[in-house]
Ligand binder design. Structure first.
Ligand code: ADP
Ligand code: MG
Length: 290
């Protein structure tokens, strides 16, 4: 009866925009007691916009946005899209990027017009930013924004602040997971202020911020050692390893190829209600098999 039940589940799943990758994925939902949500692109839209630029002395906003935009045009991160859009809005023709490197969970680096341009989280530039830049970072973070630094060669030249919005229905989706008896937790590489603002908005009590991608993996592994069965929900940028480590990996939204490969369940719908829909569908299917 397993194949029949799976077929019924896939039919219903397709209507709901949920793809369960076979029997093992179904089984994995049985004992899940904890749902870990990635913040950017999972709880939030991941459609960021550049809301503030602070340029260091000797630099103009347009120039730093142009150079950062050029490097970010080679990145798939949500922050990158915001910077590229802002550069285009400012009428910049983006120069070509040579030797681009993504720094997962940290930022991106590329050579533009012969200069090395690095953009990423403040800790990437430990101690090299001038006081005024550090102050701008703190101020933007207190507004609940994500602040990244831009360096040209070894000089920090600007702070860019981006803002994201929580997906509609995210709070209701978290409440639904709770009603299913599941513990919810949000993980993010973003700063603690931005993380807390989102957590407050959606009613998640447990938040861990400023994590690196491997930190997310370690946290999940530690919970598993404590006997928890963990579902991880992510859009996949940097989260492939966490999705694969979790007892149940769920890729949300369009997802990246990495997420789709690493996940057990693919949620085609971007809304977080798909997470509880998928768990409920899986449980209902398991009941018909037993
Ligand atoms: P999240 O856990 O919220 O999905 P990520 O792990 O993707 O966050 O990124 C963590 C942090 O690394 C971001 O908040 C940002 O500061 C920095 N970062 C990562 N990629 C980029 C990029 N392409 N451009 C600028 N900053 C980046
Ligand atoms: Mg992410």
């Amino acid at each position: 009866a397993i194949p029949t039940a799976l077929m019924v589940a896939s039919g219903r799943g397709a209507q709901l925009g949920i793809f369960i990758k076979g029997h093992q994925a179904l089984e994995a939902t049985r004992d899940v007691d904890t749902v870990v949500l990635d913040k950017t692109g999972t709880v939030t839209e991941g459609a960021m916009s550049l809301v503030a630029v602070t340029a260091a002395d000797g630099w103009t906003e347009d120039e730093v946005v142009r150079l950062a935009g050029a490097v970010e045009s080679a990145s798939e991160h949500a922050i990158a899209a915001a910077v590229v859009a802002a550069a285009r809005e400012r009428g910049a023709a983006l120069p070509e990027v040579e030797s681009f490197a993504a720094l997962p969970g940290l930022g991106a680096r590329g050579v533009v017009e012969g200069r090395t341009v690095t953009i990423g989280r403040p800790t990437l530039f430990d101690g090299r930013a001038p006081q005024a830049m550090n102050r701008a970072v703190r101020q933007q973070e207190r507004f609940g924004r994500t602040a990244v630094l831009v360096a040209v060669d070894d000089t920090v030249v600007a702070v860019l602040a981006v803002a994201d919005t929580v997906k509609p229905g995210a709070a209701a989706a978290v409440a639904r997971l709770r009603r299913l008896g599941l513990r919810t937790m949000m993980l993010t590489g973003d700063n603690a202020y931005a993380a807390q603002a989102v957590a407050d908005e959606i009613g998640i009590e447990e938040v861990v911020a400023e994590l690196l991608p491997e930190g997310k993996v370690e946290l999940i592994a530690r919970m598993q050692e404590q006997g928890r069965r963990v579902a991880m929900v992510g859009d996949g940028i940097n989260d492939g390893a966490a999705l694969a480590t979790a007892d149940l990996g769920m890729a949300v939204g369009a997802g990246t190829d990495v997420a789709i490969a690493a996940a057990d369940i693919i949620l085609v719908r971007p809304d977080l209600g798909a997470v509880s829909d998928a768990i409920e569908l899986a449980h209902a299917t398991l009941r018909t098999i037993k």
